[in-house]
Design a protein around this ligand. Structure first.
Ligand code: MG
Length: 270
C-alpha cells in the first residue's frame, strides 16, 4: 500500500525485533507472532488511543492480547510505541527481566497478564461494561488466536457481550488455521466461524489480516452497528513474511538458528 509507509515500516520493525528476540534466547512462538504483525501495526500506528507518557490515563483504549504466548511481538510494538526503550527488548526471557515469555502486566503498556488461553475476551468484556458504566469513550480491543476459540470461557463472553450491547468492544481472531501441533480443521474445526459469532449477535467483519488497507477501513468504521460488539475474523498466515516459516506447524515451537535468522531478516527487508 503506497499510502501506508509508516504502517508497513512499523510491521517490518516489530517482525525483526520478534525474530531477534526469540532467536537470542531460543524461545518459541515466532510463527504466532508473525501472523499478527500487520494487525498489531495498524492498531499501534492509528487505532489505539494510548499515551506512553500517561499509561494509566483512564480514558485510554484497552488492548488485551489473549494469545499471550505471542508476547515477543507485543513487547516489540510497545517499545516501538515508546512505552519503554527498544534496547530493553534484548532482555526478553532473561533472568530478572520484566519481559517474560508470556504476556505480563508488569510491562508498561500491558493491561493484563495472559497466556492461559480463553481468559482475554472474558476480561475484555468486563472492562468494556465497566468503562461504559463509568461513562468513558474508551474502546476495548481483544486479539484471540483461532486455537483458543476452543475454550468454553470465550463462548460465555461471546454470549454476554451482545446481550449487554457492548459496542465499545472489538474482538479480533487471528485465524492462521494452525494451533500448536495441528491444523485447526483437524484438532477442532471452527467452521463456519463467522456464522457462529453472527448467531451469537455480533457484527462480523471478515478480511485478509495482512491487507493493511482492509484493516484500516475495518477499524475506522467501528462501531458499524450501534449496540453491537464487533468481531474481525482476520484470515492470516502463520509465520507470515518468512518463506520457510509460512504455514508450517513446527514454527509454533521452533526457534530460528543463526543462519535462519539472517535469512528471515533478509526476507522481511530488515
Ligand atoms: Mg492459530
Amino acid at each position: 500500500m503506497s499510502n501506508t509507509p509508516d504502517i508497513n515500516d512499523f510491521a517490518k520493525r516489530i517482525r525483526a525485533h520478534a525474530l531477534r528476540m526469540v532467536h537470542a534466547v531460543n524461545a518459541s512462538h515466532i510463527g504466532s507472532c508473525l501472523s499478527m504483525a500487520d494487525i498489531l501495526a495498524v492498531l499501534h500506528t492509528e487505532v489505539l488511543r494510548l499515551d506512553p507518557t500517561d499509561p494509566a490515563n483512564p480514558d485510554r483504549d484497552r488492548f488485551i492480547l489473549s494469545k499471550g504466548h505471542a508476547t515477543a511481538i507485543l513487547y516489540a510494538a510497545l517499545a516501538e510505541r515508546g512505552f519503554f526503550p527498544v534496547s530493553e527488548l534484548e532482555t526478553y526471557c532473561r533472568n530478572g527481566s520484566a519481559l517474560t515469555g508470556h504476556v505480563s502486566h508488569g510491562v508498561p503498556g500491558v493491561e493484563a497478564s495472559t497466556g492461559s488461553l480463553g481468559h482475554g475476551l472474558p476480561m475484555a468484556v468486563g472492562m468494556a461494561i465497566g468503562l461504559r458504566a463509568d461513562g468513558r469513550k474508551s474502546r476495548v480491543v481483544c486479539l484471540l488466536s483461532d486455537g483458543e476459540c476452543d475454550e468454553g470461557s470465550n463462548w460465555e463472553a461471546i454470549l454476554f457481550a451482545p446481550h449487554h450491547k457492548l459496542d465499545n468492544l472489538i474482538a479480533i481472531v487471528d485465524f492462521n488455521k494452525i494451533q500448536s501441533f495441528g491444523r485447526v480443521t483437524e484438532v477442532l474445526n471452527l467452521d463456519p466461524l463467522a456464522d457462529k459469532w453472527r448467531a451469537f449477535g455480533w457484527h462480523v467483519l471478515e478480511l485478509d489480516g495482512h491487507d493493511i488497507g482492509a484493516l484500516r477501513a475495518a477499524f475506522a468504521g467501528i462501531p458499524a452497528v450501534a449496540g453491537k460488539p464487533t468481531v474481525i475474523i482476520a484470515h492470516t498466515v502463520k509465520g507470515r513474511g518468512v518463506s520457510f516459516m509460512e504455514d508450517r506447524l513446527e514454527w509454533h515451537y521452533k526457534s530460528p538458528n543463526v543462519d535462519q535468522l539472517a535469512q528471515a531478516l533478509k526476507e522481511i527487508g530488515a
